[in-house]
Design a protein around this ligand. Structure first.
Ligand SMILES: [Zn+2]
Length: 301
């Protein structure tokens, strides 16, 4: 078991060998009713589990689940790689109030990490849900324009083809709250998108891996440097409740059974190989290593 604390809360970052990983927040402490996220949960179950999981992951009075929406910036010797781009500003999401017509400080937070949008070499979306593509674009002169002018945007072929087909099935319906049109298609049209295989290698030790289930082409990102290993596991795990209830898939999972199997495989592998997990929606500094205890898992920070 790793003994050192993984996450440096003072800098909101960690080192994995030679790579630095920084969290760039779009919005946090967003509360969602537990039964919006997970099917068939009741308040008594959540109350019992909340003490085990940690009350910082729940809102004070209601025990709603708290989620964060952040990117992870991977800085290797060669590249700045931004993984998942959250919700974005000025997006029209009337049925998701927390994401609707935002004016948030994401780019200021990127600046605080020492970078401008021009410095990003690769943008990678683990999947194409609305809360993972938002900052792909920003509104300039009434037109959705790629936010990161020098970046290649990596989408997996399998994921993109699924959403493209969905769009073609229902051309009059906005796909994914409209995010396919305002945050994915403009990048395709600009020529900055690169469709890659689900096991694509971006740089030495930075490799995609299929993690299907949450969406048809969902991937995670393996980071290996020197003897350290971490996985940016995106939405394979949404909330720390799933460490105690690893079989719980969310209401947003395309294939709940496959999502469950993917989650169990990933948690078991992390426990066996001292691999850190960095999920897309846990609060900082709640990242660390995984220890298995029977049918449940524990985060070792
Ligand atoms: Zn998500």
């Amino acid at each position: 078991m790793k003994k050192n604390t993984l996450w440096d809360a003072s800098n909101d970052s960690c080192n994995i060998g030679n790579s630095i990983i920084k969290r760039i927040v779009d919005l946090e402490h967003v509360s969602f009713a537990a039964d919006l996220i997970f099917p068939d949960v009741n308040p008594e179950t959540i109350k019992q589990l909340s003490n085990r999981v940690g009350l910082q992951h729940f809102s004070d009075n209601t025990l709603d689940l708290l989620l964060s929406f952040h990117s992870f910036l991977i800085q290797t010797k060669k590249y700045n790689i931004l993984v998942d781009t959250c919700c974005g500003n000025e997006k029209e999401r009337p049925t998701r109030p927390a994401w609707h017509q935002r004016n948030g400080p994401f780019l200021d937070n990127l600046a605080n990490a020492g970078l401008t949008p021009s410095d990003i070499d690769f943008v990678l979306c683990t999947h194409l849900h609305a809360d993972h593509v938002g900052w792909n674009t920003k509104l300039i002169g009434g037109k959705w324009t790629p936010t990161f002018p020098n970046a290649q945007y990596l989408f997996t072929q399998k994921e993109f083809e699924y959403w493209k087909a969905e769009d073609q099935k229902n051309p009059s319906e906005p796909i994914m709250y409209g995010s396919y049109n305002d945050s994915v298609l403009p990048v395709i049209k600009s020529g900055q998108a690169v469709l890659v295989e689900s096991d694509h290698q971006i740089d030495n030790g930075i490799q995609l891996e299929p993690a299907y289930g949450h969406t048809p082409g969902n991937i995670v990102v393996n980071i290996e440097s020197e003897s350290d290993q971490a996985i940016l596991c995106g939405d394979v795990i949404h909330h720390p409740l799933q460490l105690i209830k690893p079989k719980w898939s969310t209401n947003f999972c395309y294939d709940p059974e496959l999502s469950r199997q993917t989650r169990l495989n990933l948690l078991n592998r992390c426990a066996e190989t001292q691999t850190a997990i960095l999920p897309a929606h846990f609060h900082s500094p709640d990242y660390g290593y995984i220890e298995r205890d029977g049918d449940t898992y524990q985060l070792i920070k």
